[in-house]
Design a protein around this ligand. Structure first.
Ligand code: HEC
Ligand code: HEC
Length: 334
């Protein structure tokens, strides 16, 4: 009998220690690939997500206590910087890149347009310490958090003591970031067989698969690689993308292939926000002249009529996830 009770307790313990896997798996469809984020060092937990959310919206991370992560990553634009080509940080200083959407990050291997960050848990250090973003030091952030009325209590509820450490802060922010899963668009309903495309959307989908999916691969709409989509270099920024980081000429003008989910909300587009409309994006792709020097998928150029461009845009709009954009769990915490 005693042995039976011991085994039962052990089983309950084993199952409950794996519950976080189910909690995260419940957030995405079964047909998606497994996430690439290494959960072993930061097990998914709703309590940490909540604390991470509070931190994400808190301007305490900036030197003047005015800029929060959400200043540049607004929930209403799928966590991109709404209407800003280049992001604005502390004291109105202008950055050099467009803030990307923050969705489905648990499936990404590289972060930033040039992939210069490989570990999502360390990503937040860059904006916090960047002189044109939040301009703060991590030590000072920690002491501000430790002195606050609320944070020591919140951290002790999770960790059993009120010590606020860099590692704990960063991992809680990551928890909120990875909880931002967008998978309830019309496209997803069509894939689940609970909705169907209109004729125009279906036509756009076929054209998309033919012209775009080599890089913007389903179901996450990125192949997680770096590529050149034949944009001319921005002459005022001289941003050479991945080469800035690797110093390798082969990487000149390669940028991370961005997801196209929620693209309706995340304008302006490209690493420097040069295009405001999806029509401008399509016009760019159609203007690429056939050349053997182009990226492989773009060597033949793209022939698309005006109607076909409109059909592709109609398809892209099926990637909009209103449930995600208006999900109260993502908004400023009450
Ligand atoms: C001043 C505006 C600004 C602030 C504040 C800011 N970010 Fe960003 N964020 C950006 C820009 C711009 C990029 C792209 C940078 C690049 O590619 O070099 C970015 C990139 C990212 C990425 C990488 C996404 C990807 O797909 O590669 C993550 C994650 C992120 N930010 C999270 C945060 C968090 C967390 C905070 C708060 C601690 C924060 N950001 C604060 C502007 C900002
Ligand atoms: C060879 C790979 C490749 C192909 C093919 C391709 N793209 Fe892209 N796409 C990229 C890369 C790389 C970027 C980012 C470039 C940058 O910012 O400099 C991008 C950016 C975009 C963006 C802007 C996203 C954002 O968040 O700013 C849109 C929209 C887009 N592509 C749509 C399309 C459509 C529609 C097609 C097909 C007609 C297509 N792409 C074909 C590689 C590709």
């Amino acid at each position: 009998m005693k042995r039976f009770v011991a085994i039962a307790i052990l089983l309950v313990f084993i199952f409950s220690s794996f519950k976080w896997i189910d909690d995260f798996a419940a957030l995405y469809p079964v047909y998606w690939p497994k996430p690439t984020y290494d959960f072993s060092k930061n097990k998914f937990s709703k309590e940490k997500v909540e604390l991470g959310r509070k931190l994400f919206y808190d301007p305490i991370f900036s030197k003047n206590n005015k800029i929060s992560c959400a200043s540049c990553h607004s929930p209403y634009s799928s966590f991109a910087h709404i209407d800003h080509a280049l992001s604005h940080g502390i004291d109105d200083s202008i950055g050099t890149r467009n803030a990307p959407v923050l969705i489905n990050l648990a499936w990404q291997k590289y972060f930033m347009w040039d992939g210069s960050i490989l570990n999502l848990d360390k990503q937040a250090l860059t904006p916090i310490t960047h002189p044109r973003e939040m301009g703060e030091s991590m030590n000072h952030v920690i002491s501000k958090l430790q002195q606050s009325n609320v944070y020591p209590i919140l951290f002790s509820k999770i960790y059993g003591d009120s010590l606020i450490k860099e590692d704990r802060v960063l991992k809680c922010i990551t928890q909120f970031l990875i909880s931002l899963v967008s998978c309830h668009s019309k496209y997803d309903s069509v894939m689940n067989h609970t909705a169907s495309f209109t004729k125009q959307e279906q036509n756009g989908y076929v054209l998309f698969k033919r012209n775009c999916a080599a890089c913007h691969q389903e179901p996450l709409f990125t192949n997680n690689q770096f590529s050149k989509n034949e944009l001319a270099v921005n002459t005022s920024l001289l941003d050479f993308g991945r080469m800035n980081f690797t110093d390798d000429r082969k990487d000149s003008l390669l940028f991370k292939v961005p997801t196209l989910r929620n693209i309706e909300y995340s304008y302006p587009y490209m690493h420097d926000g040069r295009f405001t409309k999806l029509g401008d994006v399509l016009n760019h792709y159609v203007s690429i002249k056939p050349s053997v020097h182009n990226t492989k998928a773009l060597q033949k150029g793209m022939k698309l009529s005006s109607n076909e461009k409109i059909d592709i845009i109609a398809f892209l709009l099926t990637l909009s996830d209103r449930n995600f954009i208006f999900n109260e769990e993502h908004l400023y915490p009450k």
